[in-house]
Design a protein. Structure first.
Length: 147
């Protein structure tokens, strides 16, 4: 998953309809050997490649992670902030969410400078938006209604 996210060329290679499944499978085999991948991981990727489904590999990995986290009693939360959060801030947020939800929370941190400040936290279908951008927008709407 890391390689797919880090390399646009690799992601395009996996999705390319121009390359045959055999070409992709042999390239993936070379990557697996070089990476010294676990036998089970290698077998899975070989099967996906042989069946011409490498275009969906990223989604498969994401879904596997979600299912594995669910089996462990964990939930995932997307956190967006105006600036990168420190490890201590992320730990504090994860601890707070664990107390509220009752499950271990894995945070996926993102940065959006347009938020100006505050956080947007999304856990499942719940979203907590305490960003300054949203508060300023609400104030602008309220002021239009008054004037």
């Amino acid at each position: 998953m890391g390689l797919i996210a880090q390399s646009a060329d690799f992601a395009n290679f996996l999705r390319s309809p121009v390359l045959s499944a055999d070409v992709k499978a042999s390239a993936m085999e070379a990557i697996l050997v070089k990476a010294k991948a676990d036998k089970m991981v290698g077998n899975f990727i070989r099967t996906v490649a042989e069946n011409g489904r490498l275009f969906a590999l990223s989604d498969m990995i994401t879904e596997f992670k979600r299912l594995a986290a669910g089996a462990r009693g964990e939930v995932s939360a997307d956190v967006t902030s105006a600036t990168a959060l420190s490890a201590a801030q992320l730990k504090s947020l994860a601890d707070t969410l664990k107390k509220k939800i009752g499950k271990t929370v894995t945070l996926n941190a993102n940065v959006d400078p347009e938020l100006i400040g505050g956080l947007v936290v999304k856990v499942g279908s719940q979203m907590i938006d305490s960003s300054l951008k949203t508060k300023l927008t609400a104030m602008r709407i309220a002021m239009k209604e008054v004037g």
